[in-house]
Design a protein around this ligand. Structure first.
Ligand code: ZN
Length: 531
């Protein structure tokens, strides 16, 4: 007997082929039947006529590992239909941690919920601590290179000694044995940015021996985009492992059109036999910490050292000179423009949230760079910004590329409690419904089946997850029931804390987490271990 029969829906199975009308049967945590189930006895039946049933979505690029400690219901993600998140991206993960450099790691963290006590040291200890309380969706953990580097050598701005490199390699090997899926880098973020390609290749080889992959927030997404993509490909070639270029984009108006060239490099690498793919979020604004605007030397020694340094007028003058100096023909400030920088989150300066830096500076009678530096100091490096600096045509180019999948680059937030703070990028609430509604249904940039494939079968292929991302007998019962006519994002830059519409039922490991559009409170997700 089935536990559940989902009847009469159009089943879009995640492989990219168009949907067909049939039934899906679930027993325990597994899909056991696909076909006419009208005569099969079932504990419960869900009439899904007129709806689409898809595999649960896999968010290939998430930062929820921090926020899930504050709220295990994963509200803003599960309500989009996300049933698995890949976390530990951009070089940041909460483990491994070393006692010696624990304070550096806490300073590196952008958000520290009360539950995150850093009682762990290894990734294995971390995953066990995380899994103890349960979570609404499944988690795939990567090991952040920035975190590894801090554990071995703090915020030192130099190459590691042989001893420090061997500590990093050992911590990474231990993490891979304990259930991590690969290595991530954030090469625009100190201390990851202090690493050479050779250092990353050394670590990639360790991940490769454990059949892991390499996900990279590459070293430049603007004027140096192509060199940065080439570096990621070099790591794949020399390290001997698959490469995932994170949130592919060409930042800054002078660089628009660059996504086509970046994807051509990826195609050429694939032609060479390398397994290189990318992910993208469906917005033309990016978001990161305000301190990312600083030259990376400003973070040497950690966040406290940075704050102290910014108090010095000579240092400020040097920062201004560097930001105004052209790199490959453009200065950072020219290519962005302060009117395109919106402050999205501050712990203290709530007056700044939702406002452009140009506007903040004007009301305070200050130069915009000084206003930005003042905020970095006031917020001790934890202010966030949204940068309106991407091209719609580039986004569409990425969305239709056969080896580009969907990743939000957001976190599991909630419109209540401590996760409702600020005006965060709407991608944390809207990524998946936006692809399905705005880009598949309305703009017809891609078909519904293609869009779903980029959220299910394709990321599952990247991860080597054989039993998820697809609807077939034997696969895990991670499922979404959605209304293809009404699915849409509702979150905006002005009002980001809004759930999408059209996601009606979400099952994780065979259990309803969303039922009739409401959260059941169920926490059936788990930390997934590599095959
Ligand atoms: Zn990133």
């Amino acid at each position: 007997m089935l536990d559940l029969a989902i009847e009469g829906a159009t089943v879009v199975d995640g492989t990219g082929t168009p949907g067909s009308r049939t039934d899906v049967g679930v027993r325990d945590d597994t899909i056991v039947a696909v076909g006419d189930l009208s005569r099969e006895p079932a504990g419960s039946r869900l009439n899904a006529a007129g709806k689409v049933v898809a595999p649960g979505f896999i968010d290939m690029h998430s930062h929820s590992d921090w926020r899930l400690w504050a709220n295990r219901r994963a509200e803003s993600k599960i309500r989009q239909g996300v049933t698995t998140e890949v976390v530990g991206n951009c070089g940041f993960s909460p483990a491994p941690a070393s006692t010696e450099f624990l304070e550096d790691l806490r300073g590196f963290a952008l958000y520290l919920p009360a539950g995150m006590d850093f009682a762990w040291r290894s990734v294995g200890e971390y995953l066990r601590a995380f899994d103890r309380e349960g979570t609404a969706l499944n988690v795939v953990q990567l090991v952040g290179h920035g975190t590894l580097r801090i554990a071995a050598m703090g915020f030192a701005r130099r190459a590691p000694t042989a001893g420090e490199l061997s500590v990093m390699r050992g911590l990474l090997a231990e993490a891979m044995e304990a259930g991590a899926w690969g290595l991530s880098t954030g090469l625009i973020y100190a201390p990851g940015s202090y690493a050479t390609t050779a250092e990353i290749v050394e670590l990639a080889r360790v991940a490769a021996r454990h059949r892991g992959f390499y996900a990279s927030h590459i070293r430049g997404e603007g004027a140096t985009l192509l060199e940065a993509v080439a570096e990621a490909i070099t790591v794949g070639r020399e390290g001997g492992l698959p490469v995932q270029v994170s949130h592919v984009k060409a930042a800054g108006r002078p660089n628009w059109g660059g996504v086509t060239r970046a994807l051509a490099l990826i195609d050429a690498a694939r032609g060479e036999g390398l397994d290189v793919m990318a992910d993208v979020y469906p917005y033309t604004a990016s978001s990161t910490t305000l301190r990312t605007l600083l030259p990376d030397w400003a973070l040497e020694g950690g966040v406290d050292a940075m704050t102290a340094r910014l108090a010095d007028p000579d240092t400020r003058a040097r920062i201004r000179r560097e930001l105004e100096a052209p790199v490959t023909g453009q200065s950072l400030l020219d290519r962005i423009g302060w009117e395109n920088v919106m402050i999205s989150y501050c712990a203290r300066r709530k007056d700044a949230e939702g406002r452009r830096v140009s506007e903040l500076a004007a009301t305070r009678g200050m130069d915009p760079l000084d206003a930005a530096l003042e905020l970095i100091v006031d917020e001790r490096g934890r202010a966030y910004m949204i940068l309106f600096q991407l091209d719609e045509a580039d986004l569409r180019t990425a969305l239709v590329h056969p080896h580009v999948m969907i990743g939000s680059d957001g976190s599991a937030l909630a419109p209540y409690g401590e996760l409702s703070a600020g005006k965060p990028h709407p991608r944390s609430y809207g990524t998946f419904p936006r692809v399905l509604g705005a880009y598949a249904r309305e703009e017809r940039v891609l078909s519904l089946a293609q869009a779903i494939h980029k959220m299910t079968g394709l990321p599952a292929r990247r991860l080597g997850l054989r039993d998820r991302g697809v609807i077939r007998p034997g696969a895990r019962a991670d499922l979404v029931v959605l209304d293809a006519r009404s699915v849409a994002d509702q979150a905006t830059y002005a009002e980001p804390h809004r759930y999408p519409t059209g996601i009606e039922y979400v099952l994780v490991n065979g259990r309803f987490v969303i039922k009739d559009g409401e959260h059941t409170g169920s926490l059936p997700g788990k930390v997934l271990t590599p095959p």
